[in-house]
Design a protein around this ligand. Structure first.
Ligand SMILES: O=S(=O)([O-])[S-]
Length: 268
């Protein structure tokens, strides 16, 4: 769920919610929401989006949230400077791990300050999502796609949704760490940032129109992807706001797909 800064003020006074600062540790140390913990959700790369790989990713998320005390009654509220490509990934990891009730602070710490919220230097020990040593026994498999799910998406009745920059989609730009430029064949396209306006999510109606223009319908089963699964989470929560409920993420995303020379690509 996406929460406004004004609504968050009331929620935090209940003591049931913990702000989770997903920014760099130095920003957290300088000024954060009072009582916030610091969690790096951005640096993680999945080694392989196989059944075992996604189950170990979920185990790693479960362990990180347990270390932060966010595996029970207390719920996380993820934030970054402004809503972008990081805080939504935090909520997705929390849901993937099997927990409910987490939120994204829309507009990030900047919205909090505009709403008159106080800040304090972050004092907690920084944590990070890491890969689990063993597969999770239980997790939200319906929120994640394997490479096989993507490869067989047509037979499995799923749409692929690329939310990278237009130049990444058409292959005229590729990150230096990726083996090949291009896109997953048949992918629908919209740039994830178009679902945001100045660091806030756009309205449900505006996001629904973006999705419709990309050729997607609310009843579709959708797999989002980007470079390595962060921007895909921003898109997932935008789509969910617009009533698209069957959305999951191919965490390995273009980085993994491009590195597998046996997988087909489209370019241009
Ligand atoms: O957001 S990202 O995973 O494409 S770097």
């Amino acid at each position: 769920m996406i929460v406004t800064a004004a609504a968050l003020k009331a929620l935090l006074s209940s003591g049931d919610y913990i702000p989770v600062d997903t920014r760099a540790e130095e920003d957290y140390r300088a000024a954060s929401l009072p009582g916030a913990v610091n969690l790096d959700v951005y640096s993680y790369f999945i080694p392989e989006s196989s059944e075992e790989g996604v189950a170990r990713m979920a185990a790693g998320a479960q362990e990180a949230f347990a270390r932060l005390g966010l595996d029970g009654a207390r719920k996380p509220v993820f934030f970054e400077q402004k809503t972008g490509m990081v805080a939504p990934r935090g909520l997705w990891f929390h849901e993937l791990a099997g927990f409910e009730g987490g939120m994204i602070l829309d507009g990030g710490i900047e919205a909090w300050l505009i709403a008159g919220g106080e800040t304090a230097p972050g004092t907690g020990a920084p944590e990070a999502i890491t890969h689990g040593a063993a597969p999770a026994a239980q997790f939200r498999r319906d929120l994640v796609a394997t490479t096989e799910d993507v490869l067989h998406h047509t037979e499995r009745g799923t749409e692929i949704f690329d939310v990278r920059r237009p130049t990444e989609y058409d292959g005229s730009f590729v990150h230096a760490c990726c083996a090949r430029p291009g896109r997953i064949p048949g992918a629908h396209f919209a740039f994830y940032e178009d679902m945001l306006s100045e660091g806030y999510y756009r309205s449900a109606e505006e996001i629904a129109e973006i999705a419709r223009n990309a050729g997607l319908a609310p009843e579709d089963s959708i797999i989002t992807y980007c470079h390595r699964g962060a921007r895909a989470a921003t898109a997932l929560y935008g789509l969910r706001r617009a009533g698209f409920d069957k959305v999951r993420i191919y965490t390995g995303s273009w980085h993994e797909w491009a590195g597998r020379a046996d997988l087909p690509i489209e370019i241009g």
